[in-house]
Ligand binder design. Structure first.
Ligand code: FES
Length: 147
């Protein structure tokens, strides 16, 4: 099957039932997307599909043909980080960092829909879990990126 990943067509020979997370990590070696729970609960595996945040551990590759998949590797470009990545650094958001790529992908989807989100918008849109409790800094960074 052919998928669109980070702006490029990618031909893959995979079990159609394989969750996108495993295709990304184990087949394509795009390891920025993380495995946390595997049951759609934590959000560590969040990528964007047609702009929307999607938990890739719950998304079989068979349903993704013709759709635009974006991973953390393509959120910014070399030498040109996404404004959220710049804000994440300025606010020193990560602690262990494990969940942060999923947080960033969910935040990017939110900002595209709501360029100036309120705290309630952020809390409503980002249900990703962070065991280090970075939620306040995540909020601050999103506000900073929103300008
Ligand atoms: Fe997918 Fe936790 S690993 S939601």
């Amino acid at each position: 099957m052919e998928l669109q990943i980070n702006g490029k067509p990618v031909r893959v020979d995979a079990d159609p039932a394989m969750p996108l997370l495993w295709l990304l990590r184990d087949v394509l070696e795009l390891t920025g997307t993380k495995y946390g729970c595997g049951i759609g609960a934590c959000g560590a595996c969040t990528v964007r599909v047609d702009g929307q945040p999607v938990r890739s551990c719950m998304a079989p590759v068979s349903g993704l043909q013709g759709r635009k998949i974006q991973t953390i590797e393509a959120l910014g470009a070399a030498g040109k980080p996404h404004p959220l990545q710049t804000a994440w650094i300025a606010e020193q958001v990560p602690q262990c960092g494990y969940c942060q790529s999923g947080m960033l992908m969910a935040a990017a989807a939110l900002l595209e829909k709501k360029p100036r989100p309120t705290d309630a918008d952020i809390d409503g849109a980002i249900s990703n879990l962070c065991r280090c409790g970075t939620y306040q800094r995540v909020r601050a960074a999103i506000h900073r990126a929103a300008g």
